[in-house]
Design a binder for this molecule. Structure first.
Ligand SMILES: CCCCCCCC(=O)SCCNC(=O)CCNC(=O)[C@H](O)C(C)(C)COP(=O)(O)OP(=O)(O)OC[C@H]1O[C@@H](n2cnc3c(N)ncnc32)[C@H](O)[C@@H]1OP(=O)(O)O
Length: 153
């Protein structure tokens, strides 16, 4: 199954968080299934946060950042009755704002589940609700305003 990011055209594939063309990036892969999106990421020890055994908050925000914009793109395609990567003009979103709440420490070394749902889609603006869980417990929640990217002429 192709990830949402696998359909990003080459000029959008350099993102640190999810670009397949960035050799130093996180290569996050997001999928849409029903009314939610999901991605998985296992943080290595190098992503340690301020106290031992737990993940650095900036990395967690990065995971929500990329998963949120991918979620916005996937739902915008759906709203237009289009398939991802259909060869038409690409629909891409960037982050306008991202609020992150760290509810509990996120453990290193186990697979994290990042999920997204669409709260609203109006014009170029999508509001996405995000969660990040470890072992079934929600560690981080996020709220993103994603804005559809329009190439400058
Ligand atoms: C593309 C795939 C790669 C993966 C991306 C991974 C996620 C990322 O890291 S993206 C990088 C980080 N984000 C950025 O660099 C974005 C920088 N910001 C911008 O480019 C612009 O401010 C941008 C595009 C968000 C909006 O600018 P512009 O296109 O001129 O639209 P603008 O008219 O100002 O805003 C559109 C609407 O969004 C609203 N809006 C924009 N930013 C915000 C914000 N921060 N908070 C609230 N509302 C906002 C505006 O009020 C406006 O609303 P309305 O239509 O109701 O009046």
């Amino acid at each position: 199954m192709h990830a949402i990011q696998d359909h990003y055209p080459a000029e959008f594939a350099h993102c640190y968080g999810c670009g397949s063309a960035n050799p130093h990036g996180l290569h996050l892969k997001s999928f849409i299934e029903g009314e939610r999106t999901h991605a998985r990421f296992t943080p290595a020890a190098m992503y340690s946060g301020g106290y031992p055994g737990n993940v650095y908050g900036g990395l967690l925000a990065s995971l929500l950042d990329c998963h949120g914009t991918a979620t916005a793109a996937a739902f915008a395609y759906r709203a237009q009755g289009r398939a991802l990567g259909d060869g038409g003009a690409p629909i891409r979103f960037v982050t306008g704002s991202l609020k992150v709440d760290y509810k509990r420490p996120t453990p290193l070394g186990i697979e994290l589940l990042i999920e997204g749902t669409l709260r609203s889609l109006e014009g170029r603006k999508a509001v996405i609700d995000l969660t990040l869980s470890a072992d079934g417990e929600v560690c981080v929640t996020g709220e993103m305003l994603a804005v559809q990217f329009v190439a400058k002429a």
